[in-house]
Ligand binder design. Structure first.
Ligand code: NAG
Ligand code: NAG
Ligand code: NAG
Ligand code: NAG
Ligand code: NAG
Ligand code: NAG
Ligand code: ZN
Ligand code: ZN
Length: 613
C-alpha cells in the first residue's frame, strides 16, 4: 500500500516533535550535543530518556517533513498516524513502551491540529528542529509592540533607603511539583522520566530508594513535604504578601488528565490558603499546569480545545486573592494585574505565550493574547501615577521565543523607572538574568530574579525564597534590598540509618531502618547580602557581582553551590563557567543564543531548555 513507509516516517518525526515539548532532556531547536564542557544543566540530559538527537540529520528531516506534509494533506487518518507513532517511538527506543503509548495518546489530537493549522513546510520545520543551517524558518516571524509616543522620563539610579526604613517581607514559592503517586521505598533510579513512584518498582541492589521527605534523584515531592514547607513558612512569618509562580503538578507528563491537573491545582491552592490564612497570594501560571504539558492555546482557539477548563478553575480557586477585574483577564488569557498596596502594582504574566514548547504558537506567535501590548498599557498608566510595578511569571523572559524576548527587553528598557522587580522560576535553580540599556548594552537597567524550586527535581534540596523589598512608606522604591533562601537538607531530614547500615543488607530491609526526622528543619541557606558581600541588590550590583565571578573564582564557586541549593552534582570550571556567566548576562534570547557561539561554550540555549522544568 502506498502508505506503507509513511506511518513509520511520520511516527519518528511525530515522536521527535512530541518529545520536544516535554521536559525530558530534549531541546528545541536541536543543537549538537556532546561537545566538551556541557556540564552546565546537564543532569536532566543524563536521565537516559533514551533519545538520540543525532539521528535527525538535515536531509533526513527534510525527507520526513515532505512525507509528513503529504500525509497530512491527504487527510491521513489520525488514528493510524497515532498508532504508527506509538510503534516508532517504541522501536526506536525513544522512551519506555508504556511511556511511548501514553504520550502519543495524550498529544496526538492537539498536536496534529496545530500542525494542520500552521503551514509547517520542510524548510521551516527543519530549521526549527535541526537548526538554522537547515533551512529558513518563518513560523515565528518577528513582530514589534507599539510603545506610546510619550518620551521616557529621565532615569534616577536607585539609592539605598534611609537606615531603619520599613521593609516588606515577601514569601516567594515556585515549582512545587507535587507527585500524588510518590511512594517511599520505591526506586529512585528507575528508567522513566520521573521516579520514586508506585510504578517505579522496588530498587534493585545498586539503586537508591525514595526517601520519606523526598529524594536526590529525578523525583518530585510527596504532599507531606509541601505541607511541611507551608507550616514552616507560616511559622517564620509574618509576611506582607506572597508571590507563587506555578508548576504545581509532577513531571509524569505522559499520564496526566485534565481532571487530575485541576484536582492538584485545587488541593495545593487550598493548602496554601489554609496555612497562610488571609495573606494575599499572587499566582502565575506555570507550563505544567496544563495537559499536555506546555499546551496553552492563545485566545484564538475556541471551544473544548481552549484553555477555558484551566483558567476558569483558576479563577474560581484564586478568587479569594484577586479582584474581579483580575479574574476577568485571568479567564481570558491567564494573566492579570492587581494593586498590592498604594504605590505598588503586580503584573502576573502568562509566560506560556512566550514559549517555543507551546506548539500552538506555531499557528501564530505574534504577541499572543496581546499580552505585551496590554503590559505596556498598564506600565504607562503606572508611570503616570508614579506607581511602581513588580512583574511575576514562570518562565524567565530570556528563555522565550526570540521576538517575545526582544520586545520584553525593549519594554524593560522603556519602563526601567517603573519596573522595580522581576520574579521568575521554572529552571529550578537559584540564578538571575541581567537587562542592559539597548543602546550600549553596558548599563544595567534591570534584573530578573530566578528563584529555586520547592521540588527536588533533579537532585536538589527542597527550597523557597524570601524577598526583602523597600516599603511600605511614602515614596518607597519597591526595589529588592536583599533576599534569603531556605532549604530542607534532605540528607538530614531523611536520616538516618540506625547503627551502621551495610550495603550488604538486602535492600528491602534497608529502607525500613531509615528513620526520617518527624520535624525536619528548614534552614537559612544564605542571605544574598552576606553571601556576596554586597550592601544592596540593585541591577548594577548584580552586574558588578558577575564581574567579581570572573575575577574571583571563589565567589563564583559559592554562587554555583547556592545555585543548586547546596546540593551540587557537578563542578563548574572553564567552559562551564564561561557559559554560566554568559547566561547571567543575557536576559534576552538572542543574547543567550550567542553564548553557544563562545569559543568553548557548551550548548547553553539547548542546555537551559533541557531542564524545561
Ligand atoms: C522592530 O523594531 C526594530 C528596532 O526598533 C527594528 O530594527 C525591526 O526591524 C522591527 N521589526 C519589525 C518586524 O518591524
Ligand atoms: C501502590 O500500589 C499498591 C498496589 O497496586 C497500592 O495498594 C498502594 O495503595 C499504592 N500506593 C500509593 C501510594 O498509591
Ligand atoms: C474536551 O477535551 C478533553 C481532552 O481532550 C476530553 O477528555 C473531553 O471529553 C472533551 N469534552 C468534550 C465535551 O468534547
Ligand atoms: C497573528 O496574530 C496577530 C495579532 O493577533 C494578527 O495581527 C495577525 O494578523 C495574525 N497573523 C496571521 C498570519 O494570522
Ligand atoms: C546537609 O546535611 C549533610 C549531613 O549533615 C551535610 O554534610 C551537608 O553539608 C548539608 N548540606 C547543606 C546544604 O547544608
Ligand atoms: C533509527 C536510527 O538510526 N537509530 C540510530 C540512532 O543513533 C544511534 C547511535 O548513534 C544508533 O545506534 C541507532 O541505530
Ligand atoms: Zn516550568
Ligand atoms: Zn518546574
Amino acid at each position: 500500500m502506498r502508505f506503507a513507509p509513511i506511518p513509520c516516517a511520520v511516527g519518528l518525526l511525530y515522536c521527535v516533535l512530541v518529545l520536544c515539548s516535554l521536559p525530558l532532556g530534549t531541546s528545541f531547536p536541536v543543537q549538537d550535543e556532546g561537545k566538551p564542557g556541557i556540564t552546565f544543566l546537564e543532569e536532566v540530559g543524563r536521565l537516559r530518556v533514551g533519545f538520540n538527537w543525532r539521528n535527525l540529520t538535515c536531509p533526513v528531516c527534510k525527507v520526513l517533513f515532505t512525507i509528513l506534509d503529504v500525509a497530512l494533506l491527504s487527510d491521513v487518518n489520525e488514528e493510524r498516524v497515532a498508532r504508527a507513532v506509538g510503534e516508532a517511538c517504541i522501536r526506536l527506543h525513544l522512551a519506555e513502551e508504556r511511556v511511548c503509548r501514553q504520550i502519543t495518546e495524550l498529544f496526538r489530537d492537539d498536536f496534529i491540529r496545530a500542525l494542520q493549522q500552521s503551514l509547517l513546510w520542510p524548510s521551516e520545520a527543519c530549521a526549527l528542529l535541526v537548526g538554522r543551517s537547515c533551512g529558513r524558518f518563518d513560523i515565528y516571524a518577528p513582530w514589534n509592540v507599539t510603545l506610546p509616543r510619550i518620551p521616557k522620563p529621565p532615569v534616577t539610579p536607585p539609592s539605598p533607603p534611609k537606615p531603619g526604613a520599613p521593609q516588606s517581607r515577601v514569601l516567594f514559592l515556585t515549582d512545587i511539583h507535587w507527585d500524588q503517586d510518590y511512594a517511599v521505598g520505591s526506586s529512585a533510579d528507575c528508567k522513566d522520566p520521573l521516579c520514586c513512584r508506585n510504578e517505579s518498582g522496588s530498587p534493585s541492589w545498586n539503586q537508591r530508594a525514595a526517601g520519606f521527605w523526598g529524594s536526590y534523584s529525578k523525583c518530585d515531592l510527596p504532599l507531606r513535604t509541601v505541607e511541611n514547607m507551608l507550616e514552616n513558612a507560616a511559622r517564620t512569618g509574618p509576611w506582607d504578601w506572597v508571590y507563587w509562580t506555578g508548576d504545581i503538578p509532577a513531571h509524569n507528563i505522559w499520564s496526566q488528565t485534565r481532571k487530575q491537573q485541576l484536582s492538584e491545582l485545587t488541593v495545593i491552592t487550598r493548602l496554601i490558603h489554609r496555612h497562610l490564612g488571609n495573606l494575599k497570594v499572587y499566582p502565575a501560571i506555570g507550563n505544567h499546569e496544563s495537559t499536555p504539558v506546555n499546551s496553552f492555546p492563545p485566545p484564538f482557539v475556541h471551544g473544548n480545545r481552549s484553555s477555558r477548563w484551566l483558567y476558569d478553575t483558576m479563577a474560581e480557586e484564586w478568587a479569594p486573592w484577586l479582584p474581579e477585574q483580575a479574574l476577568k483577564t485571568l479567564r481570558h488569557g491567564g494573566f492579570y494585574t492587581v494593586e498590592v498596596q498604594p504605590g505598588l502594582r503586580v503584573v502576573s504574566l502568562n509566560m506560556n505565550f512566550c514559549a517555543r514548547e507551546n506548539y500552538w504558537l506555531m499557528v501564530n506567535s505574534t504577541d499572543p493574547a496581546n499580552q505585551l501590548q496590554w503590559l505596556i498599557h498598564i506600565l504607562q498608566a503606572s508611570e503616570e501615577k508614579g506607581e511602581r510595578v513588580h512583574i511575576i511569571g514562570h518562565i524567565p523572559p530570556g528563555l522565550c521565543l526570540s521576538s517575545w524576548s526582544w520586545n520584553y527587553y525593549h519594554i524593560i528598557n522603556r519602563y526601567e523607572g517603573t519596573i522595580t522587580g522581576q520574579f521568575f522560576g521554572h529552571t529550578h535553580m537559584d540564578e538571575f538574568q541581567m537587562f542592559y540599556d539597548e543602546a550600549t548594552m553596558t548599563r544595567a537597567v534591570g534584573v530578573a530574579f530566578i528563584a529555586p524550586s520547592i521540588t527536588t527535581y533533579v537532585n536538589l534540596n527542597p527550597g523557597y525564597r524570601v524577598y526583602l523589598v523597600d516599603g511600605n512608606y511614602k515614596g518607597s522604591s519597591r526595589f529588592v534590598l536583599d533576599h534569603e533562601t531556605y532549604i530542607l537538607n534532605l540528607t538530614e531530614a531523611n536520616r538516618q540509618p540506625e547503627g551502621g547500615v551495610s550495603s550488604l543488607l538486602p535492600t528491602t530491609s534497608q529502607h525500613a531502618i531509615f528513620h526520617p526526622d518527624p520535624n525536619p528543619k528548614w534552614t537559612l541557606l544564605y542571605r544574598a547580602s552576606d553571601a556576596y558581600g554586597v550592601s544592596s541588590l540593585f541591577p548594577s550590583d548584580w552586574d558588578g557581582l558577575i564581574r567579581t565571578f570572573l575575577q574571583d573564582d571563589r565567589v563564583f564557586q559559592r554562587f554555583w553551590y547556592l545555585r543548586h541549593k547546596g546540593h551540587v552534582s557537578e563542578p563548574c570550571i572553564d567552559a562551564c563557567k564561561t557559559t554560566v556567566v554568559c547566561f547571567l548576562r543575557s536576559g534576552r534570547y538572542d543574547e543567550l543564543e550567542q553564548c553557544d557561539l563562545l569559543e568553548f561554550g557548551g550548548d547553553m540555549v539547548s542546555a537551559v531548555r533541557k531542564t524545561l522544568c
